[in-house]
Design a protein around this ligand. Structure first.
Ligand SMILES: Nc1ncnc2c1ncn2[C@@H]1O[C@H](COP(=O)(O)OP(=O)(O)OP(=O)(O)O)[C@@H](O)[C@H]1O
Ligand SMILES: [Mg+2]
Length: 254
């Protein structure tokens, strides 16, 4: 569904990525982790078409216009529109009449645990509720590929657990492909089928990829108790530390 091959990217003379490759298949949940400043957001922006690359290829297949959903860390709700209107707007832009759009918007808000809150303005909602409205807005347009850059970072633990479970349930039921940028290794493993680790920049590339063998459908609490979880977490943690600090021998020699 999405294939980024040997992507090289820089800001002016400052190199960021060099030869970074990854792919996302339909129905696959993929996470991208790596040190701060390594170029995760830059790679995601390049995939979104918001950032030029200097070499390599980014290909999407089997996707029509409008089938890529994007969720940034900061939600982009219109403050002068209610939750329902915010969600319905995207549907109206795609040609639904206002009643149908409002009905669908309400159904999405219900599905994400916001029943009864559709008439509120963003300022009348909590941060976690706003995040859910933003998610409803993206999901209502039925993306086939969902690109997310640390969308859950500002949520408290309970809300975060619920929203991420919602996303996983949807991905499993609708067969959406997902690419998630996150700093949270536990979250990356619990949610994903594949986790990519980006090496330290400048000139970052994908240094490791891991296949998560926890069965689906997944309950995210139970996933963390799966026997393969802790060993994978330890490996990912030690590879990430190595990527940040350099290999152990070099560190000790220094
Ligand atoms: N618009 C820009 N102009 C110049 N340099 C930039 C720009 N955006 C990002 N950078 C630089 O590119 C590098 C990669 O940034 P990027 O935001 O992709 O990192 P990241 O992996 O997402 O980091 P974090 O985990 O902190 O979000 C950093 O060194 C950053 O300073
Ligand atoms: Mg970033």
């Amino acid at each position: 569904m999405l294939r980024a091959q040997k992507v090289t990217l820089s800001y002016g003379a400052e190199p960021v990525l060099e030869g970074a490759s990854l792919s996302v298949d339909a129905g696959q949940f993929v996470s991208l982790v790596g040190p701060s400043g390594s170029g995760k957001s830059s790679l995601l922006r390049a995939i979104m078409g918001l950032q030029e690359i200097s070499s390599g290829r980014i290909e999407t297949t089997g996707l029509e216009e409008g089938q890529i959903g994007i969720l940034f860390q900061d939600d982009a709700l219109l403050p002068w529109r209610t939750a329902i209107e915010n969600v319905a707007l995207g549907l109206r832009l795609r040609g639904k009449d206002s009643r149908e759009a409002a009905e669908e918007a309400r159904a999405w808000l219900d599905r994400l645990g916001l029943a009864g809150l559709g008439g509120r303005y963003p300022r009348e909602l909590s941060g976690g509720q706003r995040k859910r409205v933003a998610l409803a807005q993206v999901l209502a347009r039925k993306p086939r590929l969902l690109l997310m850059d640390e969308p859950f970072a500002s949520l408290d633990a309970i809300v975060r657990a619920r929203v991420t479970q919602d996303v996983v349930d949807l991905v499993e039921s609708e067969g959406i492909g997902v690419l998630l940028v996150t700093h949270d290794l536990e979250e990356a493993i619990a949610l994903s089928d594949v986790v990519y680790l980006l090496s330290n920049g400048p000139r970052a590339h994908i240094s490791h990829s891991y296949t998560v063998r926890i069965p689906r459908p997944r309950n995210l609490v139970k996933a963390r108790a799966h026997p393969s979880f802790a060993p994978l977490y330890e490996r990912l943690w030690s590879d990430l530390s190595e990527v940040v600090d350099g290999p152990r021998e070099i560190r000790e020699a220094a």
